[in-house]
Write a protein that binds this ligand. Structure first.
Ligand code: FEO
Ligand code: CA
Ligand code: CA
Ligand code: CA
Length: 637
């Protein structure tokens, strides 16, 4: 190579020199297999060799993003810039206000949170919990009801009297247990906008000690029996409620994600069973429940953690109903549960398992959904599948049965990760929410990031906790993937029960300013004006726009320069265009999205802000649901 005159390099050339692109093989795969095969990225497939593609990538990206710009915009808002401050921003012509904040009462005889002392144990199961996450709204008669998850607690701020938030008593543990789980609450619109209806008969807190039924193939299994529940059918509590889902028959699905963190032991002699490792159950915990509540001591109750990690069905119309853990949907670190009804009426539920190198799942019911009919077995009797993505843009749903896994049905439901490993599922870059397009037969999943994708340690490729390798492949095309991507699949025969599908990447997040000309710039629908990292939450609105919520690095520096705080964007599935709608306060994740029945208000969740929000200086940072409306009262979804 002749000497390069560094003073006369174009930005592309300079970047190529300083940020050499990844290996040609990786790039080749991406070009041929990963980037969208349809519409807005059209032409990519026509590229021949990787070398040819490499030379034209810059042009390809700019020309296709120009196409996207020209495409008629379906976005009813003017996109906003990034922010790095401590509040929420929405587009011109929209406004927001808090609907529900951590520690806010659901009943009239309960005080609001004390900004110095927190919430008392007595009131801790009667207030809006901490760390709002997935949510759904329900119109029950004329009542607008919201069911919403409280994923976890920050012990330090819930227990201000306890050093470093480590519980000092059973009461301390009880506070933490009560501030998580689910809130069901009625809301109503008055002079001050939408507010919680205090004392509504719908209002309810579900927490770590709420009685639950266990149903499906693992109900009554030896794996789930405990001294307190010798039948293995009645458990207590739902844990680490992350994303959510909604059935067509009006129930709420809450998804247990990092349940492993609540179960531990101080008994150094206890031999951890093999399955604990795959799920990350370890002796030491952050919450110290096991010191004050022996149900959580795995040396005394080794089956207790096997009773968590499920999708739990809740009837929001009846505050006295018992939630049901649906074991047929598998035991994983459940992110959300995206429900759709297939052509023949069978119920299909898509679910991600959010951990590095874990899998994407689908459940298909045996029975069909008939409005007004019996729905009690639809989430108990069916087949669980796991996804295998091929580099040629096709994929398969692999059934997890006794025949395919060599495991018994209860084992498949309780040790689902191991069952999926046995059939050769594709290790993914942390599957977060799945969303099903209501106006086209396709579904999307946010693969949030995977710092270990393609990494070699001690001469070996990194694996998931079960030993499945995380090689770079077409659907997870980048080593040390810090930005994430959104995969989309099209079921064969336009039928969500099909065992085969085609797929592409709807978007690869990235930073086109820092990494111009490499895969880390992102796909062509990512630009300086809309860039983000770590897509996580995702919901379709009724118009067919897909809303993307982020949970990523918000330093706004280095690889993340120009990306600002976490945010919410809207994507157009047809043109691929993506625009920023909302930015959250510093330190927060934006997660959870739903709409009122009249679609004039949208609710978005602001989880774990780091600075005082929304009450202002000197007050606690409060995880909050915000209500967003258009000033002209037009529809917002
Ligand atoms: Fe609770 Fe994977 O997010
Ligand atoms: Ca999430
Ligand atoms: Ca996340
Ligand atoms: Ca979170």
């Amino acid at each position: 190579m002749t000497e390069v005159n560094k003073n006369h390099l174009s930005w592309d050339e300079w970047d190529e020199l300083h940020n050499p692109p990844p290996a040609v093989t990786d790039f080749d795969r991406v070009v041929e297999s990963a980037i969208s095969r349809r519409g807005f990225l059209g032409g990519v497939l026509a590229m021949g060799s990787a070398a040819a593609a490499m030379g034209t990538l810059g042009n390809l990206m700019s020309s296709t993003s120009a196409q996207a710009q020209e495409a008629a915009s379906r976005f009813p808002f003017k996109p906003i810039a990034i922010q790095t401050d401590a509040t929420v921003h929405v587009p011109e012509g929209y406004s927001w206000k808090p609907l529900a904040k951590w520690g806010q009462p659901l009943f009239s005889n309960v005080p609001d949170i004390d900004h110095e002392k927190g919430v008392s144990v007595e009131h801790s199961d009667k207030v809006f919990g901490e760390n709002t996450d997935g949510m759904e709204s329900f119109l029950i008669g004329t009542h607008q009801v919201i069911a919403v998850n409280h994923e976890y607690v920050n012990p330090e701020i819930n227990l201000p009297h306890a050093p470093e938030g480590v519980p000092q008593s059973a009461d301390d543990v009880k506070i933490l247990q009560n501030m998580q789980g689910v809130t069901v609450m009625e809301i109503a619109e008055g002079e001050n906008g939408w507010e919680i209806v205090l004392d509504s008969p719908f209002n309810r807190r579900i927490h770590h000690n709420t009685p639950m039924k266990i149903s499906g193939p693992a109900a009554g299994s030896e794996l789930l029996k405990t001294a307190a529940d010798p039948n293995g059918t009645d458990s207590l509590g739902t844990f680490n409620n992350c994303g959510a889902g909604k059935t067509p028959w009006g129930t709420y699905l809450t998804c247990e994600e990092n349940f492993n963190g609540y179960f531990g032991t101080t008994n150094a002699d206890f031999q951890m069973p093999d399955d604990y490792k795959r799920y990350g159950i370890a002796a030491e915990t952050r919450y110290a429940y096991e010191k004050f509540d022996e149900r959580f001591d795995v040396a005394k109750n080794p089956n207790e953690p096997r009773r968590a990690g499920y999708v739990v069905e809740i009837d929001p119309s009846d505050a006295s109903s018992t939630p049901i853990k649906r074991t047929a949907l598998g035991r994983i670190k459940h992110e959300n549960a995206a429900v759709t009804i297939a052509r023949d009426g069978r119920v299909v539920v898509y679910m991600g398992d959010d951990e590095r190198g874990e899998f994407l799942y689908k459940y298909v019911s045996n029975g069909i959904y008939v409005p007004g009919g019996d729905t009690s077995k639809l989430l108990d009797e069916g087949t669980l599948y796991v996804a295998k993505f091929s580099d040629d843009g096709t994929g398969q749903w692999l059934a997890l049965t006794e025949e395919t896994t060599g495991m018994k049905m209860d084992e498949i439901c309780v040790f689902t990760r191991m069952a999926a490993s046995k059939v050769g599922a594709t290790t993914m870059d942390r599957p977060e929410w799945v969303a099903v397009n209501p106006v086209a037969i396709e579904a999307y999943c946010c693969l949030t990031n995977n710092s270990r994708r393609g990494e070699v340690k001690d001469g070996k490729l990194r694996t998931n906790a079960g030993g499945d390798e995380m090689a770079v492949n077409a659907v997870n095309p980048r080593e040390k993937n810090e930005y994430g991507q959104i995969v989309r699949w099209y079921p064969d025969a336009e039928d969500h029960t099909s065992e085969a599908f085609k797929w592409d990447l709807f978007a690869m997040a990235g930073n086109p300013t820092v990494h111009q000309g490499t895969l880390y710039a992102g796909s062509s629908n990512i630009n300086e004006g809309n860039m983000f990292n770590s897509p996580d939450g995702m919901m379709f609105d009724s118009t067919g726009l897909v809303w993307i919520l982020t949970d990523g690095e918000d330093s706004d520096e280095g690889d993340f320069a120009g990306q600002g705080n976490n945010q919410m964007l809207a994507g157009d599935p047809v043109t691929g265009r993506i625009e920023r709608f909302l930015t959250g306060p510093k330190g927060s994740e934006v997660t959870g999205l739903t709409w009122t029945a009249d679609k004039r208000t949208m609710f978005a969740g602001i989880q774990h802000p780091s600075a005082p929000f929304p009450d202002g200086d000197g007050k606690l940072p409060r995880s909050t649901i915000v209500a967003i409306r258009r000033d002209d009262n037009a529809l917002v979804g």
